[in-house]
Design a protein around this ligand. Structure first.
Ligand SMILES: *Cc1c(COP(=O)(O)O)cnc(C)c1O
Length: 461
């Protein structure tokens, strides 16, 4: 399997090259030239454990670049850190099924990909003897999951940027209390989009990228998407055992279009998903592009689901590439317009095609809080991101849906208290975290200053 850039100006890459490279050198995103078709293998896959299923799904994407035994070991090690034996259990409530994706070490779905990516990086570096300096931007959950994925790992240093004061106190502490020498936290004055832009600028400075061996853990990294495909299959199989005749509909709270893009790929790989409900909060650029065909950047606003407070949705470019029939020239022109005018348009036919797959729903804060309150009353507390997806499913025309629970409610205690008047139960993992020793640097959103922080850290190694 080769990986090509959505902008068509980079050489195709192998799997390992794609993992290390992150963003393609022409500024595009790497996508596999084709996806494997599993439609005739669903029977064979349906009773596998989560880890064995992951193995089967990864094999064609890894394409023999890791031997099967090594791949299996990496997968097993990655999910050993989860505190549920099924890794992503499916729970049935009265109205919807909830896919719990928060049983990893940082209590959000990003652990599922980043535990594996951390182990994969370490394996690739140990065989090449190279070093990798990861630079990432986080709206809260990616950062802690990435830091926990690579902390203490040989050959890797991680620089994680977050928007100062715009993530929850627990999210912040989950990053800044990791005191391993290879972890550098940077709080920038600005929004998540500013942080993400800095990271993109660093990667687009090819000379700097090469000199500093920069690598990516943001969902621009292909492995993030690949690892997330697994739980769509796993959940579909559990759902079918429970409700053999209901259509498969997933509801996905989304910001950067990473999680839901994995669902799109699962569908393309032959999982019979009828619809993907695309659930946004007030930062609704994805809702707007699917309903109107116009992708237009507006101001980001802060909400109670901060991990989705995003206006520039990186992974959407991967889907667009499919939508325009893999025409890299068209992607370059769309992205050019986005850069110069802050918007681009889909053709009416393209928007129709997108709506065949995605059902967009925008959920406001009031609806989110009401949904948390309602589920809490029924004995199941959900976090505000999960609540956006659940509220979207309830508003949609589909009367059964698998809702992705992307974070543990304790990560977003303020929103839960606001909705229910009660504090969510604290998992043991978070005991005492708010008072632990922490370390973090503050920076303006100036590229030179960020480069200075990176250079200073690397010069001491
Ligand atoms: C990252 C995140 C999301 C959004 O996922 P995307 O892949 O960016 O769409 C939703 N909920 C939580 C809790 C997250 O951490």
């Amino acid at each position: 399997m080769k990986y090509i850039s959505t902008r068509g100006l980079s050489e195709p890459r192998s799997f390992k090259e794609a993992v290390i490279e992150g963003l393609a050198r022409d500024g595009g995103l790497l996508v596999p030239v084709s996806v494997p078709d599993f439609s005739s293998q669903l029977e064979r896959l349906k009773d596998l454990s989560y880890q064995d299923l992951a193995h089967q799904i990864f094999i064609p994407f890894v394409n023999g670049e890791l031997d099967e035994k090594t791949l299996k070991q990496l997968i097993n090690a990655s999910y050993q850190t989860f505190n549920h034996k099924n890794i992503t259990p499916l729970r049935f409530t009265e109205s919807v099924a909830i896919l719990e994706l928060f049983h990893g070490p940082t209590l959000a779905f990003k652990d599922i990909a980043l535990q594996f990516l951390g182990n994969l990086f370490e394996n690739l570096l140990s065989s090449s003897g190279a070093a990798l300096n990861i630079v990432g931007a986080t709206s809260g959950d990616t950062g802690s999951a990435a830091i926990h994925g690579v902390r203490g790992k040989k050959g890797i240093t991680i620089f994680m940027l977050h928007p100062k004061g715009k993530i929850s106190p627990i999210q912040e502490k989950q990053m800044t209390t990791v005191l391993d020498e290879n972890v550098v936290n940077i709080a920038i004055d600005g929004t998540f989009d500013d942080a993400q832009r800095i990271v993109k600028d660093l990667f687009n400075d090819l000379e700097y990228k090469d000199q500093h061996s920069l690598g990516a853990v943001n969902s621009i990294n292909w492995v993030r998407v690949m690892a997330q495909i697994v739980y769509y299959f796993y959940a579909a199989f559990r759902f079918r055992e429970h409700s053999p005749d209901l259509p498969l509909v997933f509801s996905v709270p989304t910001g950067n279009f990473g999680d839901i893009y994995a669902g799109y790929l699962a569908r393309k790989m032959g999982l019979p998903i009828e619809k993907l409900i695309l659930a946004t909060n007030e930062n609704d650029i994805l809702y707007r592009v699917i309903t109107t065909g116009q992708y237009k950047i507006q101001q980001v606003c802060s909400t109670i689901s901060p991990s989705m407070d995003i206006q520039i949705s990186s992974n959407f470019e991967r889907f667009l590439f499919d939508l325009v029939g893999n025409d890299a020239k068209e992607i370059r022109s769309m992205m050019g317009e986005l850069g110069s005018k802050g918007e681009f348009k889909l053709s009416p036919g393209q928007a129709d095609d997108a709506r065949k797959i995605f059902h967009p729903v925008r959920v406001n804060t009031e609806q989110t809080l009401a949904t948390i309150a309602k589920y809490h009353k029924n004995g199941y507390t959900i976090d505000p991101h999960t609540a956006v997806g659940v509220a979207a499913a309830e508003q949609s025309p589909f009367n059964s849906a698998i809702c992705l629970a992307t974070a543990h409610p304790a990560k977003f205690g303020d929103a839960v208290i606001k909705a229910t008047g009660e504090e969510p139960d604290m998992p043991a993992l978070l005991d005492g975290i708010l008072t632990k020793r922490s370390r973090c640097q503050v920076s303006s959103q100036d590229l030179i200053q960020i480069k200075g922080i990176i250079d200073e850290k690397l010069s001491t190694q």
